[in-house]
Design a protein around this ligand. Structure first.
Ligand SMILES: Cc1cc2nc3c(=O)[nH]c(=O)nc-3n(C[C@H](O)[C@H](O)[C@H](O)COP(=O)(O)OP(=O)(O)OC[C@H]3O[C@@H](n4cnc5c(N)ncnc54)[C@H](O)[C@@H]3O)c2cc1C
Length: 389
């Protein structure tokens, strides 16, 4: 079988990446090759997440990699993106775990928490000793989180929380849930610890996508929270949306990892598979597909690299991230579907990673703002007209 993690760098973009970033990427690539790939199909088949990898991921500085202080690695955003790419070359579920831990849960506390909350939670989350999840979506509110029905009311010094969150990655394995709710003044965020009375979780089964990732429902029934559970700087929808911007950034990079794996797998396959008189790789229709794949991956890499530069220089806006998430995930999904087709019947079995990536990418296309929602964000940017309502 081909080395599915090998690089794909048609435009020599490596020349534009620093040594430290390459080292971070290569360390994660090696980890993925040795410790993730051998077992990933089993986890996908059994609907389990490889919990045993969490301490190793922490050692590699993956959790909160681009955050500064509080025990985080403080890498730049290019290094962070490259890491996400390597994780997703193995499985989108693994990258989702890292994204939720870092860009959603840790970042929510980092950007909206009190100093005491930051000191208490972020270092332990960086070590992988505390797992986080991020509860925004509800059964009846996905693309329109502003319509959320989860409510918190003041109760003396603290709060009482009621509501349901659904489709929450890491939900049942999380020690710390970031939960978004409406209060009198509007939307705000809370930190709810596992075991708090009235807080229960149940996992969603029967998924055909993201099977090596835990997805849960969170239920809050008269959950009493202290003053210290409230994120004091989380005011309005801007709170959760700023976290989504961070996560979408990692997704834009990550999806290219899955696409790269599919490309290498398809290329290897068509070089050795003979039909009619010669290898499939010798037929024009097949070459066209490979060229389309290479083109889209290379374009996506250039978008990511520039996006990372914008983020590192403080010039990145949410619309830049929407552009990259929309384009790269859509391209990755198309590449995975194309690769699946090129493998013929072998494209539907787990001897090859392609069908797993393809099914995972259906989720990646949907979560953190669907393809169409990113389109509406960009449409509003271009025209000044909001087409959401
Ligand atoms: C495996 C998995 C993990 C997830 N993890 C998390 C998590 O950790 N935390 C979390 O909070 N959420 C999570 N989600 C939820 C995810 O973010 C939502 O599924 C996503 O936002 C879409 O919401 P929805 O499923 O309710 O679809 P809907 O909002 O009902 O959308 C359905 C369709 O309608 C389209 N649509 C919606 N509004 C418009 C409009 N105005 N104009 C045109 N078309 C529109 C959408 O593009 C989509 O095609 C996860 C989802 C999955 C599948």
């Amino acid at each position: 079988m081909a080395d599915l993690l090998k690089d794909l760098d048609f435009y020599h973009l490596d020349d534009l990446i620093g040594q430290d970033e390459k080292m971070a990427r290569d360390a994660v690539r090696q980890f993925v090759q040795r410790e993730v790939i051998p077992d990933v199909e089993r986890h996908f088949a059994n609907e389990t997440f490889p919990l045993e990898l969490i301490p190793r991921m922490a050692e590699l500085g993956i959790f909160g990699a681009n955050l500064k202080g509080y025990g985080c690695a403080g890498m730049n955003n290019i290094a962070y993106g490259l890491i996400m790419q390597e994780l997703e070359a193995a499985d989108s579920g693994l990258r989702s775990f890292a994204s939720v831990q870092s860009a959603l849960a840790m970042y929510a506390i980092y950007s909206s928490g009190s100093e005491e909350q930051k000191q208490r939670y972020i270092p332990e989350m960086a070590k992988g000793k505390l797992i986080g999840c991020f509860g925004l979506t509800e059964p009846d509110h996905g693309s329109d989180p502003g319509g959320m029905e989860t409510r918190a009311r003041r109760d003396g010094d603290g709060w009482v929380l009621n509501g349901t969150k659904r489709w929450i990655t890491n939900g049942s394995i999380a020690d710390v849930a970031i939960v978004w709710a409406k209060v009198e003044e509007g939307i705000t965020g809370f930190i709810v610890e596992k075991g708090t009375p009235g807080f229960t979780t149940s996992d969603i089964h029967g998924k055909f996508s993201m099977r090596a990732s835990i997805t849960s429902e969170l239920v809050f029934e008269d959950v009493r929270l202290g003053k210290n559970n409230h994120l004091p700087e989380a005011r309005g929808l801007r709170g959760p949306l700023s976290c989504l911007t961070q996560a979408r950034y990692g997704i834009a990079w990550g999806a290219l990892g899955a696409a790269r794996s599919c490309y290498h797998c398809a290329l290897d396959y068509v070089k050795s598979r003979k039909q009619f008189s010669r290898p499939l790789a010798g037929y024009q229709l097949v070459q066209r597909k490979l060229v389309d794949m290479l083109t889209e991956i290379t374009k996506g890499q250039m978008v990511c690299l520039r996006l990372g530069q914008l983020k590192d220089s403080g010039k990145m806006r949410p619309e830049h991230v929407s552009f990259a998430k929309r384009n790269n995930v859509n391209a990755a999904l198309e590449i995975a579907r194309m690769a699946r087709d090129m493998l013929g019947a072998n494209g539907i079995v787990n001897e090859y990673p392609v069908i797993r990536h393809m099914m995972n990418l259906e989720t990646v296309n949907t979560y953190e703002g669907t393809y169409d929602v990113q389109t509406l964000i960009l449409g509003r940017e271009i025209t000044g007209e909001s087409a959401f309502d």
